[in-house]
Design a protein around this ligand. Structure first.
Ligand code: GDP
Length: 221
């Protein structure tokens, strides 16, 4: 534990707390909207490094992106679930992108649209060379629905980096959070990273930054 004894210690402690966030954190904080695409032919050139974020409608994906990038309105939180149908690209710098995949699992979406989602996402996950990792965001109270599992399997088949985030953790007590975490870890045979998160409290941010840092930097060279 840091024990503050005198003035130089206080100054050192303030510096420690206020030091600029380094590496991937600051790159994420500078993220800007770049483009939205409906079809694979509209995709940006397949260069650099991309990390994609997916999740059921209303799971909390946009809130996670906004919290992680420290910007309130970078990703649009959905007032109408199921509305966003595009892949939305955010630029961290000239070679690194974050990709917000369209939410799935919204019951009122037509069969055609569901097919479109399937085709688009599966092809993107299969073919995109610059894609190094996929974050699957799930409401901690309702994880591992059929489409989440399907997505996890696609990513696994391709050998993509995979990380599961159980968000809205603030809605459960600590004991129940742990229970859900253990349950999901067992479902993925403990070979895929799983964490709890809360966009409201910031719980789990460091773990998420660490994954982002690994993916974006390990593949940058
Ligand atoms: P998306 O459809 O997956 O992008 O989900 P949103 O980010 O739009 O979130 C859906 C709803 O859940 C919104 O009302 C959010 O305010 C709420 N929400 C998202 N994340 C959290 C969280 O960590 N804690 C709580 N309590 N609510 C959240």
């Amino acid at each position: 534990m840091l024990r503050i004894q005198n003035e130089p210690d206080i100054i050192a402690a303030i510096r420690l707390v206020c030091q600029p966030v380094s590496g991937i954190n600051s790159a994420l904080h500078r993220a800007v909207y770049l483009d939205s695409v409906h079809t694979l032919s509209q995709l940006l050139p397949d260069q650099g490094v991309e990390v994609a974020i997916a999740g059921r409608s209303n799971a909390g994906k946009s809130s996670l992106i906004n919290r992680m990038c420290r910007q309130n309105a970078l990703a649009r939180t959905s007032r109408t679930p199921g509305r966003t149908r595009q892949l939305v690209f955010f630029r961290l710098d000239e070679s690194r992108h974050l990709v917000d995949l369209p939410g799935y699992g919204y019951a009122k979406v037509s069969g055609d649209l569901k097919k479109h989602w399937h085709g688009l996402i599966q092809a993107y996950l299969d073919q995109r060379e610059s894609l190094v990792g996929l974050v699957v965001v799930m409401d901690i109270r309702h994880p591992m629905k059929a489409q989440d599992i399907e997505l996890i399997e696609w990513a696994g088949q391709r050998g993509l980096g995979l990380h599961l985030v159980l968000t809205k953790a603030d809605k459960l007590g600590r004991g129940k959070q742990k229970e859900q975490l253990i349950k999901v870890r067992k479902m993925v045979h403990e070979v895929v990273g799983v964490q709890t998160f809360s966009a409201t409290s910031g719980q789990g941010l460091d773990e998420l930054y660490s994954i982002m840092g690994n993916w974006f930097t390990a593949s940058a060279g």
